[in-house]
Design a binder for this molecule. Structure first.
Ligand code: UD1
Length: 340
C-alpha cells in the first residue's frame, strides 16, 4: 500500500482529501498542529471510512519534528501539502508569521522528500496567483501577477520553491493544484469547514448567519462590473477538489506526467456572484439570509473563474456536484454541528 503524508489533514480540504485517499486504497499519515482545525475531524474520517489514519501532532515548519516523523515512518511515498495559514487579511498584519509558516513548511516537505527518498508532492496552491486576470476564464498559462497579500505571495513562492526543487531533483515529481473557491461539506455531514471565530470566507459566514450565530451577512461590494454588482468567483464542491488530489497523485505514480512539474486549475469553470450564492442558498435550504451590501473588502478582486480544460483532459477530472448540492451539504454540516 502506498503511504502518503497529508499535512494539514485535519483541516477543511485536508480531511476531505484523506477520506478520498483512504477510499482509493492509500495508507494515510496525517500531520497537523491543530492551529486552525480540530482533532474531531479525525473521528469524522474514521466514521466515514472505517479507518483511523495515524496522526502526528506537529508543526510542519519545525524541521527537527519533520525529520523525526519521516524517519519514524520510513517509507513515505508522497506528500499532499495543505498545512498553511490562509487568512488573506491577517497575512497583511502578520506577514512574518505567514512567510515563516507557509514557506518553511514547504521547504521542509521538499527537503524531506529528497532526504528520505519520497517521490511525489501535490501542492495546495490558489487562483490567488493570477491576481485580477486581464482575460477570463484563466488557463494555467495565464500569467501570474504580483501577489496582493503576503498570503498570496506564499502560494506563488511556494509554487516556485517546489518547481525549482523538482527541476534539480529528477526523481521527484510535483503537481500544484490552483484551487478556485471550494465550498460545502462531505455528504455524511461528519466532516466540514470549521472556522475558528468569525469566518472570513463567504459560505461559512452564510451558514452561520442561517444558524443564528451571526446577525447579518455583509456583502462586500455592490458596484462591481457583474450582472448584479457583486463580485464573481468560481465555487465548487470540496469533495470534487479532494478527488482532484487523488487523481494528481495517481497521475504521478502511473508515470503520466509531462515533465517533473505540472499545474492544474481546479474549479467549476463558471463565475457566480455573491448574491447568486445567497439566493441559491435560500432556495435550496428554505432559510432566509439577513444581509446588507456594504463597501468593498480591501484586497478583493472583482472577478475570477477557471478554464478547467487541462484538468479534464489530463487528470480526467471534472466536478460531479452541483452548486445546489454544495450549498446544501454546507448547511447540513452546520446544522449537525449546532444541533439544529
Ligand atoms: C480568498 C483567496 C483564496 C484563498 C481564500 C482563503 C483570492 C481570489 N482568493 O478567496 O486564494 O484561498 O481567500 O481564505 O484571492 N464575501 C462577502 N462577505 C463575507 C465574506 C466574503 O461578501 O462575509 C465575498 C468576498 O468579498 C468575495 C466572495 O465573497 O467576493 C468570496 O470570498 P471568500 O470566501 O473570502 O473567498 P476569496 O476571497 O475569493
Amino acid at each position: 500500500m502506498h503511504k502518503i503524508l497529508v499535512t494539514g489533514g485535519a483541516g477543511y480540504i485536508g480531511s476531505h482529501t484523506v477520506v478520498e485517499l483512504i477510499n482509493s486504497g492509500f495508507e494515510v499519515v496525517i500531520v497537523d498542529n491543530f492551529s486552525n482545525s480540530s482533532p474531531n475531524s479525525i473521528d469524522g474520517i474514521e466514521a466515514i471510512t472505517g479507518v483511523r489514519p495515524k496522526l502526528y501532532e506537529a508543526d510542519c515548519s519545525d524541521a527537527t519534528a519533520m525529520e523525526r516523523l519521516f524517519s519514524a515512518e520510513g517509507n513515505i511515498l508522497g506528500v499532499i501539502h495543505f498545512a498553511a495559514l490562509k487568512a488573506v487579511g491577517e497575512s497583511v498584519d502578520k506577514p512574518l508569521d505567514y512567510y515563516r509558516n507557509n514557506l518553511l513548511s514547504t521547504i521542509n516537505m521538499m527537503q524531506m522528500l529528497k532526504e528520505f527518498g519520497g517521490k511525489y508532492m501535490v501542492f495546495s496552491s490558489s487562483c490567488t496567483v493570477y491576481g485580477q486576470p486581464d482575460v477570463l476564464p484563466v488557463t494555467e498559462s495565464t500569467p501570474r501577477k504580483p501577489a496582493m497579500s503576503p498570503y498570496g505571495n506564499t502560494k506563488r513562492v511556494g509554487e516556485d520553491i517546489i518547481q525549482d526543487t523538482v527541476n534539480s531533483e529528477k526523481g521527484i515529481y510535483a503537481i500544484s493544484l490552483r484551487y478556485f473557491n471550494p465550498i460545502g461539506a462531505h455528504p455524511s455531514a461528519l466532516i466540514g469547514e470549521l472556522p475558528l471565530g468569525k469566518p472570513d470566507n463567504l459560505v461559512p459566514f452564510i451558514t452561520q448567519t442561517a444558524a443564528g450565530i451571526r446577525e447579518k451577512l455583509q456583502i462586500f461590494g455592490g458596484d462591481y462590473d457583474s450582472p448584479d454588482g457583486t463580485a464573481i468567483r468560481d465555487y465548487f464542491h470540496v469533495v470534487d477538489l479532494a478527488r482532484a488530489h487523488v487523481l494528481a497523485l495517481k497521475r504521478m505514480i502511473d508515470g503520466k506526467c509531462k515533465g517533473n512539474y505540472e499545474v492544474f486549475n481546479v474549479g467549476a469553470g463558471r463565475g457566480i456572484t455573491v448574491l447568486e450564492i445567497v439566493k441559491t442558498f435560500e432556495r435550496v435550504t428554505g432559510v432566509k439570509i439577513n444581509y446588507e451590501i456594504v463597501g468593498r473588502r480591501a484586497g478583493d478582486i472583482e472577478k475570477v473563474w477557471a478554464d478547467t480544460t487541462l484538468a479534464e483532459k489530463e487528470l480526467g477530472w471534472s466536478t460531479e456536484s452541483t452548486l445546489e448540492e454544495s450549498l446544501l451539504t454546507a448547511w447540513n454540516w452546520e446544522r449537525r454541528l449546532r444541533k439544529i
